[in-house]
Structure formats: structure tokens, C-alpha cells
Ligand binder design. Structure first.
Ligand code: XMP
Length: 510
């Protein structure tokens, strides 16, 4: 295990991911964790993350007491670098000048960290004050124009640090820098997908024993991979429930019912609840109201299923596809996860009397996808872009009706097909297609005047959905999508492109 000590910046997760990309398991711990508790995790190496701009910044958190006397190899990044310098008797100058963005780094001494890397390289900086003098016994290995001490190391003590951010892609050789540290610390690259699968399956077996579990499938990658792992561990003692609310996109229900079951052998109960959801949504136009109704109906249907399953014997466990970022963001506690209502289909009720099984709790999204591939899940499912739990219900601006759902489903399928064909799937975070059901515009088709509806294309790029930018999809691809939708979907006579970033716009329209 490599511990990434989080000093409160958003970089800790990125660092942990980069470490795992070197096939070494990493875990994020708060900087307030006592050193004894860290040592109980038996870390092979420790990385101090970035944090406030300077060790002199207000409320700057201290390095955990006694960390440097543990003998565990440690790498300081940005704030962690300054904090290391200060704690070991170096000096951090209160220059007050900031360095931000891409900078050229000059390697003065390859040492361990820059072994075999170019003498001049682009790195990404984001700091206020700077280290003026390295602690005694350390070698200064790199500098920039603004920062004479941009990296130092003391291989004898296993201590290293850099002022820049090796974890961001703008630092050209950042991944190599991290790898050099991990190698020097003796971390072996044993965190592979096969290991993850085997360990997770084993852990589920231990937890569930000979009990039974249920799992709600949404069509998304997280619940699918979680279910597939649990199925490997306990076989038929897992029952999956798929509530088809009729708000999925074209082909998605079949993907769950047919392809997923074929790939995993999961025992599945399908509930076709489209009629029920439509009825509950009838006359409703307010987005939050729609969400509430969809969530409520989902819970009711799920509870009915749960009762039916429990008629065959007790069920103690509920499988959830909680991911590591959710665990970290909710404080990293080990108890029952708090289920974010926004990001689950309705969110299951809190008073469910189940113990949670969360086989993806230690994984990042990209790892979940690779585990899914390892388990042989359908590619369309593993690589599915984010799709909201309430589905197309919040992509029809106006009342949700069966007819409108069919129109939107067709338009959405065309957009997805053309974006895939253009090879843009992995570049685009997601591309909602939104039906403006209450808007009509005049058009002309053949010899006739039409009076149809517009759809909005909303392709975005994003890292985490918190912020997003509109995606610069090539004009010819947009043109093909527009031509096909207006030709093939009779009710739509206009296709428009959303060119708003988030903020101020959200990704979805509702
Ligand atoms: P917004 O529209 O808030 O979306 O920028 C951010 C991300 O969340 C998804 N989203 C939802 N997911 N239930 C969900 O499970 C919801 O009610 C919901 N609303 C938005 C959205 O698709 C995007 O990925």
C-alpha cells in the first residue's frame, strides 16, 4: 500500500490514480490521521499531496507528527514538498510571488527521480512561496526560472520531493517521476485487474458467507460490475432486480436482460414498470417533481420485488456500486455508505434492513471499467457514458409521454451511433439529447410546411461532471447527425447545438 496524505487539495485523488496506473495499490488518508494509525496500514511508501499554496498560508495543515522518523520512503509534492523542507530544517521563503501553469524545468542532477529523463522538461506549477534552501544532506535536483529549488532528494533516507505537480498530464514526464519514486521505495507492480477481481471475489465470499444478497441493476457500469463480482463470489445466492422504468435509451433494457445475463449468468428478475412510471409522471413538468416521482416509484417497485424474493428465505445483503471517490468524499468512513440520492435511481430508502456489500469501494471509475472487461461484460455496458438515473424523464422538457419518449429514443440513438462511428466516444464525457417538447418551429420538408419540435445536442467534455465544457464536435459529424435525425424522425424538424459550459449551464437541461 502507498498512502497518499491528503492536505486538502483536489489533487490527492489524482495522485492515487496515477500510483495505481503504475500498478501499485494506493489509498488516501487525511493529514490529520495520527502516524501510528498510518503505520498500522503497513505502507511501503507515503506521498504528501499538494494543498494550500504555501506552508505560511492561513490554516496550513502540519505534517503528521513523527512521520519522517518512521523510515518509510516519502515523496512530497508541491505543498507536501514545502512542508517536508520546513519540517526537516530547510527554509521556505515568503516570497509572496506565485508561479502558476506550465513552466520549463531544468534538471540539475538526474538522481533517482529524474533518471534517464530529458534535462529540460515541461512541468505544471501551482504554488505561492518557494523552498529557498533544501534541508541538510539533500541534493537539489531541479530548478525553474522562478524557483531555484524545484526538486530535492535524499536517497539514503528515502526522502524525495518536487515543487511541481507530477500527477497532472501537463507535466510531461510526471508519470515517470512517480514511477521512479515507487521503484526506489521498493513497491512492486502487483495491482493488476486479475488480482483485483480475485481479491474482491474472495472478500465478498468472506463477508456474505452462505447468506443471500440482492442488487438493483440500473443499466449503468457500476451496478453491473458490482453484480458480476458478487455473482462470481456467491452464484445463485445473488438475485438481481432490474426495474425497467421505460425511461432508458434504445437497446439499453435488452443489454441488461439479454447481454448482461448471457455474460455473467446472473439470476435476474425483470420488472416492466413503464406503464406505472408513465402514469405517475402524467401531467408533471417540473424537473425536481419528476425526479421525486421516479425515485419514489422505483423504491415501491423495488420493495415489492424484495418482498417476493424474501418469500423464498431471508436476504441480509444489498449490493451497491459505490466507488472510491464517493467514499473519499463522504469522509472515508467504513460504516454504511450514505447513498447520494442525486446519483442513484431514486436512491434506496435509508431504513432498508440490509448490510451493504460494496465490492467497488476501493476502485476508481477507470478501474471499474477494466474489471468489467476482465469479467467479460458487454463492451457497450462497460464503456457506457454517464446516464442519469431518472433517464429520459429529465431529457424531455415538458410532460413525459410515451410518444415523446419514442421520438427522443430514436433521435438519441442516431446521435449516439454517429458519435461512435466518428470515434468520439472516449473524447466526449456524455452527450444528452434533449427534446424540447413544448416548443414548435416551422420548417419545410419536401413540398410541405412542417411544424415540429427541436432537439438539442449537448456533447460535453469533463473530468468529473462538476465542471464541463461543450465539446468541439467536428462540423461534418454534427451535420450528419442533424440530417439523419430530421430525415428519420418525422416529428423533429430542427437540431440545435448547446454551446454553454458548466458553470453556468448544467450538463442536463433539467
Ligand atoms: P448536471 O446536469 O447537474 O449533471 O450538470 C451532472 C451529472 O449528473 C448526472 N445527473 C444525474 N444523475 N440522477 C442521476 O443519477 C439525476 O437526477 C441526475 N441529474 C443529473 C448528469 O447526467 C451528469 O452526468
Amino acid at each position: 500500500t502507498v498512502l497518499v496524505v491528503d492536505f486538502g487539495a483536489q489533487y490527492a485523488q489524482l495522485i492515487a490514480r496515477r500510483v495505481r496506473e503504475c500498478h501499485v495499490y494506493s489509498e488516501i488518508v487525511p493529514s490529520t490521521m495520527p502516524v501510528e494509525e498510518m503505520m498500522a496500514k503497513n505502507p511501503k511508501a507515503i506521498i504528501l499531496s499538494g494543498g494550500p499554496s504555501s506552508v505560511y498560508a492561513e490554516g496550513a495543515p502540519p505534517v503528521p507528527h513523527g512521520l519522517f522518523s518512521t523510515g518509510v520512503p516519502t515523496f512530497g509534492i508541491c505543498y507536501g514538498f514545502q512542508a517536508m523542507a520546513q519540517a526537516l530544517g530547510g527554509t521556505v521563503a515568503r516570497t509572496g510571488t506565485a508561479e502558476y501553469g506550465g513552466t520549463s524545468l531544468d534538471v540539475l542532477d538526474e538522481g533517482v527521480i529524474f533518471a534517464g529523463l530529458p534535462a529540460s522538461q515541461q512541468v505544471w506549477m501551482s504554488h505561492g512561496d518557494s523552498v529557498a534552501a533544501a534541508p541538510e544532506g539533500f541534493t537539489v535536483t531541479a530548478s525553474t526560472r522562478e524557483t531555484p529549488v524545484a526538486a530535492f532528494e535524499h536517497p539514503g533516507r528515502g526522502l524525495y520531493g518536487v515543487q511541481f505537480h507530477p500527477e497532472v498530464l501537463h507535466s510531461e514526464h510526471g508519470q515517470a517521476v512517480l514511477r521512479h519514486f515507487l521503484e526506489a521505495a521498493g513497491c512492486r507492480p502487483s495491482w493488476t485487474m486479475l488480482n483485483i477481481v480475485e481479491e474482491s471475489v474472495e472478500a465478498v465470499r468472506r463477508q456474505v458467507g452462505d447468506g443471500r444478497a440482492i442488487c438493483a441493476l440500473s443499466g449503468g457500469v457500476d451496478s453491473a460490475v458490482a453484480a458480476a463480482l458478487v455473482q462470481r463470489a456467491i452464484g445463485d445466492r445473488l438475485t438481481c432486480v432490474f426495474v425497467d422504468h421505460g425511461l432508458l435509451r434504445k437497446g439499453e433494457a435488452e443489454q441488461v436482460e439479454r447481454d448482461f445475463v448471457a455474460a455473467t449468468g446472473v439470476k435476474l428478475r425483470v420488472v416492466d414498470a413503464a406503464e406505472r412510471f408513465l402514469k405517475a409522471l402524467s401531467g408533471v413538468t417540473d424537473p425536481e417533481e419528476k425526479r421525486k416521482i421516479i425515485g419514489r416509484e422505483f423504491i415501491r417497485v423495488f420493495e415489492d420485488e424484495q418482498r417476493a424474493i424474501m418469500a423464498d428465505g431471508p436476504v441480509d445483503f444489498l449490493v451497491q456500486g459505490t466507488l472510491y471517490p464517493d467514499v473519499v468524499e463522504s469522509g472515508g468512513g467504513t460504516g454504511t455508505a450514505n447513498i447520494k440520492s442525486h446519483h442513484n435511481v431514486g436512491g434506496l430508502p435509508e431504513d432498508l434492513q440490509f448490510t451493504l456489500v460494496e465490492p467497488l469501494r476501493t476502485l476508481f471509475k477507470d478501474e471499474v471499467r477494466r474489471v468489467g472487461e476482465e469479467l467479460g461484460l458487454p463492451a457497450a455496458m462497460v464503456w457506457r457514458q454517464p446516464f442519469p438515473g431518472p433517464g429520459l424523464g429529465i431529457r424531455i422538457v415538458g410532460e413525459v409521454t410515451r410518444e415523446r419518449l419514442e421520438i427522443l429514443r430514436e433521435a438519441d440513438a442516431i446521435a449516439r451511433e454517429e458519435l461512435s462511428r466518428a470515434g468520439l466516444d472516449r473524447q466526449i464525457w456524455q452527450c444528452p439529447v434533449v427534446l424540447l417538447a413544448d416548443v414548435r418551429s416551422v420548417g419545410v420538408q419536401g413540398d410541405g410546411r412542417t411544424y415540429g419540435h427541436p432537439v438539442v445536442l449537448r456533447p460535453v467534455t469533463s473530468e468529473d461532471a462538476m465542471t464541463a465544457d461543450w465539446s468541439r464536435v467536428p462540423y461534418d459529424v454534427l451535420s450528419r447527425i442533424s440530417t439523419r435525425i430530421t430525415n428519420e424522425v418525422r416529428e423533429i424538424n430542427r437540431v440545435v447545438l448547446d454551446v454553454t459550459s458548466k458553470p453556468p449551464g448544467t450538463i442536463e437541461w433539467e
